[in-house]
Design a binder for this molecule. Structure first.
Ligand code: NAD
Length: 358
């Protein structure tokens, strides 16, 4: 396994590996860029098929966090951690404590939070060994879980996309195809239904699916959700679902959802534009959770809601610029983010300036 020749390596500042034999921990931490602050991002636990898959994932996800935080206007860089293993079988207090020690050893260059396969409860165990952890503040609503804030940002993003596409952000009667009824999908469905939208939901997990159906959504098949006859497609499950196979079959004219890395490749952003499909770049629309995490750490929780609402404004600007410049929304959003985190004036100055106040 070679880091530098990995297709997902993008001049990451730090990539570090840990093995702890007693607990069985095998993990990787990556910090992509810390010009704007420490690398903040979730700790994912997944039974990767190979070490290479785990490395690719942590490199790709930490890069995405740099772009997400920069565009959300946060004093944070991009980081991510992956633990190799099945969270249902291999997650033990000893493993999480060893992960806490591994994070602590980075001295604040990386700050963790919950992610797929880890929970708020796990962050509390990790937090016994390091203070470089977020998403554990029980004084916050939802006990530190960022998902409701992520869903809130997506909700604003859907409204901004509708406003741009059809000159109205009214949700009554709007048909939304929702892929994934997990933490984010569930909160999003609740808000959409409350505003009179028609939600068509698909999930491979029956329990999650049933919860959203019980709210008033209609169940559709996992094989039909991406090409469902809807106004909006909200991908809230997994990445790379917008690709050469799926794009020709899309019917929705707006794609706005929370899943990370929805485009299989950057060029698919151009394909969507050519088809007249308005794509809300994932790292912009799903930043609500990281915005909340920032305000938890900074002790400014009262500012979180307004900040999340600005996701809609940022997206509107990106949609406008995309039209004016004749570029995909992805290209515009990436350029805006790079202008922020690559600015030489910020080099070194802001690094590590977020105090360790968890
Ligand atoms: P989750 O694990 O709670 O929910 C994901 C749901 O997708 C599950 O119910 C799962 O069964 C379902 N799913 C998996 N494969 C599917 C398929 N093929 N078809 C239909 N459904 C499928 O995760 P979450 O926290 O809701 O996050 C959803 C997405 O949003 C992920 O891509 C995550 O990385 C991203 N995201 C989440 C947050 C957050 O705050 N939780 C923040 C930013 C981005």
């Amino acid at each position: 396994m070679c880091v530098f020749s990995s297709p997902s390596f993008d001049h990451h500042e730090l990539v570090t590996f840990a093995e702890h034999q007693d607990s069985g921990l095998r993990a990787i931490i990556a910090v992509h860029n810390s010009n704007l602050g420490p690398g903040v991002g979730g700790c994912r636990m997944f039974p990767y098929a190979s070490d290479v898959d785990a490395l690719e994932d942590v490199l790709r996800l930490s890069r995405g966090m740099t772009y997400k935080s920069a565009l959300a206007g946060l004093p944070m860089g991009g980081g991510k951690a992956v633990i190799i293993g099945d969270h249902r079988k291999h997650k033990t207090p000893a493993l999480l404590e060893a992960m806490g020690d591994f994070i602590d050893a980075q001295g604040g260059k990386y700050v963790t939070a919950e992610d797929s396969g880890t929970s708020v409860a796990d962050m509390k165990v990790i937090g016994q060994r390091t203070s470089y952890v977020s998403g554990v503040d029980e004084r916050q609503s939802f006990g530190g879980d960022p998902s409701p804030f992520t869903a809130q940002g997506i909700f604003y993003g859907i409204k901004a996309a509708l406003q741009h596409k059809v000159a109205s952000d009214e949700l009554r009667g709007v048909r939304v195809a929702l892929q994934g009824a997990g933490a984010v999908g569930r909160y999003l469905a609740k808000q959409l239904l409350a505003e009179g939208a028609l939600v068509f939901v698909a999930d491979i997990n029956e329990e999650n699916l049933n919860q959203v159906v019980a709210m008033g959504a209609q169940q559709i098949g996992v094989d039909e959700v991406l090409s469902y006859d809807a106004d909006v497609l909200a991908p809230c499950a997994m990445g790379a679902i917008l690709n050469d196979d799926t794009i020709p079959h899309l019917k929705a004219k707006v794609i706005a959802g929370g899943a990370n890395n929805q485009l299989a490749e950057s060029r698919h952003g151009d394909d969507l534009r050519e088809l007249g499909i308005l794509y809300a770049p994932d790292f912009v629309i799903n930043a609500g959770g990281i915005i909340e995490i920032h305000h938890q750490r900074a002790g400014s929780a009262e500012k979180s809601s307004d900040h999340v609402a600005r996701i809609g404004t940022t997206l509107s600007e990106i949609f406008e610029a995309s039209e004016q410049q004749g570029k995909s929304t992805l290209a515009v959003a990436e350029q805006l983010a790079e202008d922020k985190f690559r600015s030489p004036a910020l080099l070194y100055g802001a690094a590590y300036s977020v105090s360790n106040n968890a």
